[in-house]
Design a protein around this ligand. Structure first.
Ligand SMILES: Cc1cc2nc3c(=O)[nH]c(=O)nc-3n(C[C@H](O)[C@H](O)[C@H](O)COP(=O)(O)OP(=O)(O)OC[C@H]3O[C@@H](n4cnc5c(N)ncnc54)[C@H](O)[C@@H]3O)c2cc1C
Length: 595
């Protein structure tokens, strides 16, 4: 069975030493009193909840799954009670505003909380995972009346929420959705249509469920510009059952504890959120929050996988290592001493620790984007956050899945059998690369919408900062390992700038080029972020009083620059080859091949 220890030391290293979160939060009036001690206290309590309350339900929830009977969904044993404890502890309200009944703490801490929740029970965590997105969406776009009625219920977690986008024929392309909303004389709407794959569409954790639903008004233009957003409660304000029902749940590869529901809206009463036909705009508030949360799911799952692979590698004895531990006379060594196994483990560690820096940095930007007193600063940070969000979603979920798979490799054949538990982590992690916008859609969003659409302005402004930092390290610490890494980082950003200019120049002649290489482009940008963060970590580690921790972080930073960053050469090579190939390929690559 899996074990989990909240990685508080690593979390606090990122928050306090790498990101200097307490100092940055102190500049935001809303979070001026959030200091290191408070952060530690919250993380310790959150870690206890995750480890002691929901982790014991992880394997049993997977084995039992949810059940469906005549419209009712029952979650696995213990899930409802765990949610009650979550509610009583005030955890759903952590990052919601105090005036709405929340605790008013930073998103940065909420991010760390959800890392630990996903690490210990991904299926259970999917129920409260959408709450903050729904809260932010309603707060930003809801009418005063809707906010009065529902905001506090969401903020406190008394009622859970869903995100009803997907229909059988409309997945990535929401412009195809058909659910209709007909205006009523009293200002409400009647919604009719069928949604599929709705997480938490029905369950037994809360008395009421609030659905945020995308639908079309009768006069809606076709495509994504004709979509509006509605709030549809399971129970109406006067207590009657609304005409929205769960018609079944999916039997699926992983996250068995999370009910994935088919939902039927049969003249259900709802209210418009935001402007008519601008529903995607409003929904994006929720989707962006959800995308960061999904990235954090990848991070949490990767952490659990790593912890368990490491423990197993220390215990499992096979063959003599090429460099044996001092004083060993046993016929064989623990596999943790074999370089090949160390590579498997370090690949996991470097992604988990790098992913944590990226995720917490994003969450910190979310706090700044909401609360920085300087409006220009808020706008700039919002732009950068929009740029980084698809990377957090796609890259961290890929790393979570890959990390779980590497962990299984460390377990050998024992990882492939159910008892060790690691195969559940792989099954659970796999969906994160698909839902909340597939990773292909994220890569295209980054290159087309976030970079090329604004002429690369936001990306370049951020690269300027990265380069200025790297130049500072290269110049001031010449001859050091950090200076060598800084120069590697500068070569990377320069390579990125050159390729982007070439992609931009070639795209009129080669219209499919950006779509072909969006994945490679995303990985290169992500390495600019990881390289920058690892360089910061390396400097912070060198100044630590805890020398063992500092040495470990410096080693991991060096590992990143030695074994991971060079992968960008391959991404550059693919982009260069695609540029050189011009229009050598037929338009319909696959069908020609099939013929
Ligand atoms: C367990 C689970 C939970 C979910 N929870 C929710 C939920 O709570 N709410 C909700 O609304 N939905 C939910 N979903 C749905 C999920 O968001 C969709 O499955 C996802 O967005 C992809 O849509 P699709 O499955 O229709 O795949 P498709 O859109 O058909 O995509 C199939 C493939 O084609 C690729 N593709 C499609 N379009 C493009 C394009 N333009 N460019 C490049 N590649 C493209 C995709 O990347 C993918 O590889 C959930 C799904 C699952 C399995």
């Amino acid at each position: 069975m899996l074990t989990y220890t909240p990685p508080l030391k690593d979390m606090l290293f990122v928050l306090n030493e790498v990101l200097a979160a307490p100092a940055l939060l102190a500049q935001l009036p809303a979070h001026a009193d959030v200091d290191t001690a408070l952060m530690r206290e919250v993380l310790e309590q959150a870690g206890r909840f995750a480890r002691d309350v929901i982790f014991p339900l992880n394997a049993s929830g997977d084995a039992q799954g949810c059940t469906f009977d005549q419209g009712k969904v029952t979650t696995p044993d213990g899930f409802a009670d765990a949610y009650r404890q979550f509610l009583d502890g005030g955890w759903p309200a952590l990052a919601c505003a105090t005036e709405d009944g929340g605790q008013g703490l930073p998103h940065t801490l909420n991010c760390a909380l959800f890392e630990m929740l996903a690490a210990t029970n991904h299926g259970w965590t999917m129920y409260p995972d959408l709450l903050h997105g729904a809260y932010s969406c309603l707060r930003a776009h809801g009418s005063e009346e809707l906010k009065q009625r529902y905001l506090a219920k969401i903020a406190t977690g008394e009622w859970l929420t869903t995100m009803c986008l997907t229909e059988a024929h409309a997945g990535s392309d929401l412009g195809l959705l058909r659910t209709r909303a007909v205006p009523q004389l009293d200002g409400s709407y009647k919604l009719s249509g069928d949604k599929i794959f709705i997480s938490g569409g029905e369950h037994d954790l809360t008395d009421n469920i609030l659905h945020l639903v995308l639908a079309r008004l009768p006069d809606a233009p076709v495509g994504s510009k004709g979509i509006s957003l509605f709030l549809v409660p399971k129970f109406l304000p006067e207590g009657q059952r609304n005409q929205v029902h769960c018609t079944g749940i999916e039997h699926k590869m992983g996250v068995h504890g999370s009910a994935t529901c088919s939902m039927q809206f049969d003249g259900a009463t709802g209210w418009l959120v935001g402007e008519a036909h601008r529903g995607l705009n409003a929904m994006f508030v929720m989707m962006n929050s959800a995308r960061l949360h999904v990235g954090v799911q990848g991070l949490g799952l990767g952490e659990t996988a790593y912890q368990n692979a490491l423990a197993y590698a220390r215990d499992r004895v096979q063959s003599r290592a090429v460099e044996r531990p001092a004083g060993t006379s046993a016929p064989a060594d623990a596999i943790v001493h074999h370089p090949a196994v160390q590579r498997l483990l370090m690949n996991q560690r470097v992604w988990v620790e790098g992913g944590r820096m990226l995720a917490y940095w994003s969450a910190l930007m979310l706090d700044q984007a909401e609360h920085d007193p300087d409006v220009q600063q808020r706008t700039a940070i919002n732009g950068l956050l929009a740029l980084i969000t698809p990377i957090v979603k796609a890259v961290l979920t890929q790393q979570g899945y890959d990390g779980a798979s590497l962990a299984l490799q460390v377990f050998g054949g024992h990882g492939y059998v159910v008892e060790t538990g690691i195969e559940q982590t792989i099954r659970d992690a796999r969906i994160t690369m698909v839902y909340e916008g597939t990773n292909e859609i994220q890569a295209i969003d980054l290159l087309m919408r976030k970079v090329l659409a604004d002429g690369g302005r936001c990306l370049f402004a951020w690269l300027d900062q990265v380069e200025s930092f790297a130049h500072g390290v290269a110049d001031s610490q010449d001859g050091s390992q950090a200076a060598r890494h800084a120069r590697q980082l500068l070569a990377l950003t320069e390579g990125l700038r050159t390729r982007l200019a070439r992609i931009d120049a070639a795209r009129t002649e080669q219209p499919r080029l950006p779509y072909d290489i969006a994945g490679e482009f995303m990985h290169i940008v992500s390495h600019c972020a990881f390289g920058w963060l690892w360089l910061r970590a390396e400097l912070a580690a060198a100044a630590l009083i805890d020398q063992a921790l500092g040495d470990a972080k410096c080693t991991t930073a060096c590992y990143y620059y030695t074994f991971m960053l060079p992968a960008t050469q391959q991404y550059f090579a693919v982009i260069d080859a695609s540029l050189a190939a011009g229009n050598a390929f037929p338009k319909d690559l696959i069908n020609q091949h099939a013929a």
